[in-house]
Design a protein around this ligand. Structure first.
Ligand code: IPE
Ligand code: IPE
Ligand code: MG
Length: 235
C-alpha cells in the first residue's frame, strides 16, 4: 500500500451465497458453507491489513423469514463455526463480539456465543463483530426505549439525550463507527444494517459474490478509501 492507511473499521454485508451456489448447480446451503469458509479467510486478511475492527452481517432479523430448511442450515453452520473457531480466534489474537437479538437464537447457540466472547475478551489485534439476528431499526428502537425509561424514572434529563448518550445504548456502544462499508453481489442497498453507525461511512459496492470476495479486492478497496477526501466521520 502506497498511501498511509487511515481505515480502522470495515463493515461488510456478505451477500450472494445463494447465487454463487446456483451458478454451480448446487443448493443454496452449499453457498452458505463456502461463505462461512470465506469469513475465516477474510478475517485473517483484515488482521494482516492492519484493520482493527471488522463487523460482518451474517444473519438479519428479516432472514428469519426464509424457508425453515435454509434457516436450519444456517443455524447448523453457525453452530459449527462457534465450535471450531475458538482456536483460530485465540491464535490470531482476535476479540469476538456478537450484536443482534440473541434471544431469538437457540439457548445452546447463545451459550456458545457468550463463551467465545468471554474467552477472547482480552485479545487485542482485531475486534470481530458478528451481526446475528441483527436489525438496525430494532436496535434504534431498543435504544430509544432504554433512554425513555431513564427519562421517565428521573435518572436522565431530556437535555442529556445527546448523540453520545444515544450511541451508548446501541449494541455497538464501544466500537467506533465504520470507515468503510462493503456490500458484495451487486445489490446496492443497506438492508437494515447499522443505519445510525453508517452516517459518514464510505460505501463500496462490488459485483463479486461473497464466497469469491478475496484479499486482493479488499486491498483495492482500502487503497481507494485512503485516496478519498473525508470531511466528517474520521475516527
Ligand atoms: C448472504 O447470501 C447470506 C445471508 C443472507 C445469510 P444470500 O443467501 O442472501 O444469497 P443471495 O443473495 O440469495 O445470492
Ligand atoms: C442482507 O442480505 C443480510 C445479510 C447479508 C446477512 P439479504 O440477501 O438478506 O438482503 P435483502 O434482504 O435481500 O436486502
Ligand atoms: Mg442476498
Amino acid at each position: 500500500m502506497t498511501t498511509e492507511n487511515s481505515c480502522q473499521h470495515v463493515a461488510i454485508i456478505m451477500d450472494g451465497n445463494g447465487r454463487w451456489a446456483k451458478k454451480r448447480g448446487m443448493p443454496r446451503t452449499y453457498g452458505h458453507k463456502k461463505g462461512a469458509e470465506n469469513v475465516v479467510k477474510i478475517t485473517r486478511s483484515m488482521k494482516e491489513s492492519g484493520i482493527k475492527f471488522l463487523t460482518l452481517y451474517a444473519f438479519s432479523t428479516e432472514n428469519w423469514q426464509r424457508s425453515k430448511d435454509e434457516v436450519d442450515a444456517l443455524m447448523q453452520l453457525l453452530n459449527e463455526y462457534l465450535d471450531k473457531e475458538l482456536k483460530e480466534i485465540m491464535e490470531n489474537n482476535v476479540r469476538i463480539r456478537f450484536i443482534g437479538e440473541r434471544y431469538m437464537l437457540s439457548p445452546s447457540i447463545q451459550e456458545k456465543m457468550l463463551h467465545l466472547e468471554k474467552e477472547s475478551a482480552e485479545n487485542t489485534d482485531l475486534t470481530l463483530c458478528i451481526a446475528l439476528s441483527y436489525g438496525s431499526r430494532q436496535e434504534i428502537l431498543a435504544a430509544t426505549q432504554k433512554i425513555a425509561q431513564k427519562v421517565a424514572s428521573g435518572k436522565m434529563d431530556v437535555s442529556q439525550i445527546t448523540q453520545e448518550a444515544f450511541s451508548n445504548e446501541l449494541y455497538t456502544r464501544d466500537i467506533p463507527d465504520p470507515d468503510i462499508l462493503i456490500r458484495t453481489s451487486g445489490e446496492q442497498r443497506i438492508s437494515n444494517y447499522l443505519l445510525w453507525q453508517l452516517a459518514y461511512t464510505e460505501l463500496f459496492f462490488t459485483d463479486t459474490l461473497w464466497p469469491d470476495f478475496d484479499k486482493n479486492e479488499l486491498c483495492d478497496i482500502i487503497q481507494s478509501f485512503n485516496k478519498r477526501e473525508r470531511r466528517y466521520g474520521k475516527n
